[in-house]
Design a binder for this molecule. Structure first.
Ligand code: ATP
Length: 460
C-alpha cells in the first residue's frame, strides 16, 4: 500500500488534503491524474448503467436537503456506529471493528438493552486492551454516535437552522420519485441513477481513500412492482448482482478477488430485507467495495407518511396504486479507484535487465492515453513534428507531451502512470512521416504512419 500511496503522490494522482497547513486527517485531494481517472470511472459507469438501459434515467439532487428527509429515512435516529473510548489515551474506536463484526452482532442486543453498569463490565471483557496505548480495561461502554455531518443554514446557529450534509445520495432520488414519474415517461420497473458527494462523520476513517469523511457515491434506485412472492424480487436482485459483477470485470478487476458476503439478518440495515456486500481483497484486508440491497417499500412509504404527499405509483394500464419496492445497487467511487490502483500496480523485470513499475490500467481507464516523446529536445524539426502530432491528437484523446530526460526514463514515467501508448518522433519520422508506437504492456514497438495514428490508437 505504501508504494501505491507514494506513487500516487509523486505522479499527481492523490495528495494529502490541506498539506501546507499540516494536513487534515484522512482527507485527500485528487491531482491531475486522479481527477482524470475519477471522471473516466464516472462516465463509464453512467454509460454502463444509464445509457445502456432504456429504463434508467439520471438525477443530480442537492447535498443539503430538508432535515425532515433524514427523519423519514431513519438516518436521524438510526444511522450510527458504536463508539468506545479509552479512558487513558482518549483514542476512539468503533466497537464492532475492535470486537469483530460477527461477535458484535451477537452482543448488539445486549448493549441495546443493558444498564450502564452492565455495559461497562461487559465491554472490558470483550476489549481487554486499548489498541492504541496498550493499557488494560480502559474502554468506556459503547454509545451510538450519529454519522451525519451537521451544518447550519443562514446566519444564526439555531437548532431550527440545523441541517445535514447528505450521508448517501439515495434519499435525493426518493424525494424526487414523483417528479421523475410525471416527467420522464418511465413506467415500473425503472431506475433512477445519481453520482455525487456524500459525507459521513466516520469514527475511524483510514486506509488511505477507503474510508473518508467526504466521498463520492454512484447509486441506482430500481423501482419494481410489489412482489407477490419472493421469487419476483429475487430474480431482479439476481439480475443486478450479475450486472454489478459485469461492471467489476469491466474495471479490469479479477473476479477471483471479489468475495460476496450475504449480510446476516441481524446485521442488515433497518430498511433492508437482503443485502450482498461485494468485498475486494484490498492490500489491507477483505473489505466492502460495493453493496446491493433490497430496500422493500421502506423509503417511499416513510416519505409519504412524513411529507403527507402521495408517493404511490399509479399503473397507467390497470390504474392500480402502490408504493414500488426498491432494489439498490450502490458503488463507492473512491473505493473503485482504490481497488483499480491496487489491482493494476505491477512491478516487473524488463528484458534490458532493470525493473519497472507499471500501472496496467484498462485503456479506457488510463488517465493519459498517449504520450508524445520527441527523441531529442533540441532538434527543432523533431520537436515541431512532435507538437504537430500532439496538437492533432489532443482533441480526441488525453495526451501528454514530454521532452525531458532520456527516452528510457520517459517510458518508465509513462509506465508508472499507466499510459497505454508512447509515440516517439525520431529522424526517420522526418523522412518517412511515421513514428514508433510503444505498447505499455508488451513494450513492443511498431512503426506507424502519422496519418494512421488516430485509427491505430482507438481503444474502445
Ligand atoms: P462500510 O460498512 O464500509 O462503512 P457501508 O455499508 O456503510 O460501508 P453503504 O452505506 O452501503 O456503505 O454505502 C455505499 C457505498 O459507499 C459503499 O459500498 C462504499 O463503496 C461507499 N462508502 C461508504 N462509506 C464510505 C466512506 N466513509 N468512504 C468512502 N467510501 C464509502
Amino acid at each position: 500500500m505504501d508504494k501505491i500511496i507514494s506513487l500516487c503522490k509523486r505522479r499527481g494522482f492523490i495528495f494529502p488534503g490541506s498539506e501546507i497547513y499540516g494536513g487534515l486527517s484522512n482527507s485527500w485531494d485528487f491531482g491531475p491524474l486522479g481527477v482524470e481517472m475519477k471522471n473516466n470511472i464516472k462516465h463509464a459507469w453512467w454509460k454502463f448503467f444509464v445509457y445502456n438501459n432504456k429504463n434508467i434515467v439520471g438525477i443530480d439532487s442537492s447535498i443539503v436537503i430538508n432535515p425532515k428527509v433524514w427523519e423519514a429515512s431513519g438516518h436521524k435516529d438510526g444511522f450510527s456506529d458504536p463508539l468506545v473510548e479509552c479512558r487513558e489515551c482518549h483514542h476512539r474506536f468503533r466497537a464492532d471493528h475492535l470486537i469483530g463484526d460477527d461477535a458484535w452482532s451477537k452482543e448488539k442486543d445486549f448493549f441495546d438493552n443493558a444498564s450502564e453498569e452492565e455495559k461497562e463490565k461487559k465491554i472490558v471483557e470483550l476489549i481487554d486492551k486499548c489498541p492504541s496505548c496498550g493499557r488494560k480495561k480502559t474502554m468506556t461502554a459503547p454509545r451510538n454516535f450519529n454519522l451525519m455531518l451537521k451544518t447550519y443554514l443562514g446566519p444564526i446557529e439555531d437548532k431550527n437552522d440545523l441541517a445535514y450534509l447528505r450521508p448517501e445520495t439515495a434519499q435525493g432520488i426518493f424525494i424526487n420519485f414523483k417528479n421523475i414519474t410525471t416527467t420522464s415517461r418511465q413506467s415500473i420497473p425503472f431506475g433512477i441513477a445519481q453520482v455525487g458527494k456524500a459525507f459521513r462523520n466516520e469514527i475511524t476513517p483510514g486506509n488511505y481513500i477507503f474510508r473518508t469523511r467526504e466521498f463520492e457515491q454512484m447509486e441506482i434506485e430500481y423501482f419494481i412492482k410489489p412482489p407477490k412472492q419472493d421469487s419476483e424480487w429475487e430474480d431482479i436482485f439476481e439480475g443486478w448482482r450479475k450486472s454489478m459483477l459485469g461492471w467489476i470485470e469491466y474495471l479490469g478487476i479479477d473476479l477471483a478477488k471479489i468475495h460476496e458476503l450475504d449480510v446476516p439478518k441481524e446485521d442488515l440495515a433497518h430498511y433492508s430485507k437482503k443485502t450482498i456486500d461485494f468485498e475486494y481483497h484490498f492490500p489491507f484486508g477483505v473489505k466492502e467495495l460495493y453493496g446491493l440491497a433490497y430496500r422493500t417499500d421502506f423509503d417511499l412509504k416513510n416519505h409519504e407518511q412524513f411529507s403527507q404527499k402521495n408517493l404511490k405509483y399509479r399503473d397507467p394500464v390497470t390504474g392500480e396504486e402502490y408504493w414500488p419496492h426498491v432494489i439498490e445497487p450502490t458503488f463507492g467511487l473512491d473505493r473503485t479507484l482504490l481497488a483499480v490502483l491496487a489491482e493494476c500496480y505491477k512491478e516487473e523485470d524488463t528484458p534490458e535487465g532493470d525493473d519497472r513499475v507499471v500501472m496496467a490500467f484498462p485503456k479506457w481507464l488510463a488517465p493519459v492515453k498517449v504520450a508524445i516523446l520527441p527523441l531529442l529536445k533540441n532538434n527543432e524539426e523533431i520537436t515541431k513534428k512532435s507538437l504537430e502530432i500532439y496538437n492533432n491528437l489532443k482533441g480526441s484523446l488525453s495526451c501528454e507531451y514530454d521532452e525531458s530526460g532520456t527516452i528510457g526514463r520517459r517510458y518508465r514515467r509513462q509506465d508508472e502512470i499507466g499510459t497505454p501508448f508512447a509515440i516517439t518522433v525520431d529522424f526517420e519520422s522526418l523522412e518517412n512521416d511515421d513514428v514508433t508506437v510503444r505498447d505499455r504492456d508488451t513494450m513492443k514497438q511498431e512503426r506507424i504512419k502519422i496519418k494512421d495514428l488516430k485509427e491505430y490508437l482507438k481503444y474502445d
